[in-house]
Design a protein around this ligand. Structure first.
Ligand code: PMV
Length: 350
């Protein structure tokens, strides 16, 4: 019997949305209520490395996350594995000479090069790496966009981590989700001086999960209807034009407005959800102060489903940003003791 171990490894980067995905029209398939757009961060700084292997000598599907056995039985993970296996099985049924990898137990070993406990969303990089590593193991002839259809079912935002640079997730309109996928808006090389400063509120506890936060927002927020009908479509259009023109002031304005809009819909749910805290708001004020002092827009803040701030800026303004940001935040209580600078300069992935 074939007890050989078949193996493939890959890495996937973290992405941070500048137009946020928030709301599912189909929770089972992770189909979103709106399109979104993100910037992919450098793999040198923030990435998941996953090795997928399979062998008939293995007992059962296993996932090791940063060295510890992890749950693989969740519906989302199972959906990804099912899709990958059925694509492999299709290849095998067309070519009898292929080893029957689709029937062998899988071992998935995943490592983040950043502390999972830091409160940074790691599910995007995690599912993207899991899907690509397994697709490589199965030798599936799949483009990043095709793989994005599978990764999306693990975690919505994961579909955008199959690309570097500037990435859009088109919401699509089909019930089967086959048109809800990620596409490259521009490669990192188009605008290579983009940087992200990540400020981690280390005391942050995990609050409302993105899945239940979205569910509550869709069900109870009136403001959300306006966000979906008007705000996001306009933000997507302006953001894509800003990226094409490398217009940082526009990029920054849409980034900040969209973050504000997303957190406003959370506050508009009943009961309200608050992801940002006083420390987060101090970062907003610091960005406003930096931009006012510079006399132009040099920094943009954005917040996901937690209190950590991500600040986008351009390499040419590095001195202004880092030189002003640190002293400003050091005078703020929360940042002094409860937060730390996690990464100063994050280059885009190619
Ligand atoms: O991919 P999820 O289900 O963890 O949701 C991510 C939601 C946000 O991070 C808040 C926004 C986004 O587009 O990444």
């Amino acid at each position: 019997a074939d007890t050989k171990v078949y193996r493939a490894s890959t890495t996937a980067p973290v992405n941070i949305a500048v137009v946020k995905y928030w709301g599912k029209r189909d929770p089972k398939l992770n189909l979103p209520t709106n399109s979104s757009l993100s910037v992919t961060l450098s793999q040198d700084d923030l990435r998941t490395l996953t090795t997928a292997s399979c062998s008939s000598a293995y007992k059962e599907d296993t996932l090791l996350l940063n060295g510890s056995p992890s749950d693989l039985t969740g519906a989302r993970t199972q959906a990804c594995l099912r899709e990958l296996r059925s694509r492999r099985a299709a290849l095998e049924s067309n070519d009898a000479s292929l080893p029957k990898l689709s029937t062998m137990p899988l071992l998935l070993v995943s490592e983040n090069n950043f502390p999972t406990a830091a409160g940074l969303a790691s599910s995007a990089a995690g599912f993207a790496a899991l899907v690509r590593a397994t697709a490589d193991l199965y030798e599936l002839p799949a483009s990043p966009t095709e793989l994005s259809l599978i990764a999306r079912q693990g975690s919505g935002s994961a579909c955008r981590s199959l690309f570097g640079g500037y990435v859009a997730w088109r919401h699509g309109s089909q019930a089967d989700g086959l048109d809800s996928k990620a596409v490259e808006v521009a490669p990192a090389s188009h605008w290579p001086t983009m940087r992200a400063l990540i400020l981690v509120v280390s005391a942050a506890k995990k609050g409302v999960s993105s899945t239940s936060g979205m569910q509550q927002t869709v069900a109870t927020s009136g403001l959300f209807k306006q966000r979906i009908a008007d705000v996001v479509p306009a933000n997507m259009e302006t953001m894509e034009a800003a990226i094409a023109a490398k217009d940082f002031a526009k990029f920054a304005e849409v980034t900040m407005r969209d973050s504000n809009s997303f957190h406003a819909t959370c506050a508009d749910t009943y009961p309200p959800i608050f992801y940002m805290n006083d420390v987060s708001r101090a970062a907003v004020r610091a960005v406003e102060a930096i931009n006012a002092a510079a006399g132009r827009t040099v920094a943009a803040y954005t917040f996901d489903a937690g209190p950590n701030a991500v600040i986008y800026y351009l390499e040419e303004d590095k001195e202004t940003i880092l030189g002003t940001f640190y002293p400003l935040l050091q005078d703020t209580d929360g940042w002094k003791d409860g937060a730390k600078v996690f990464k100063t300069s994050v280059e885009l992935d190619e």
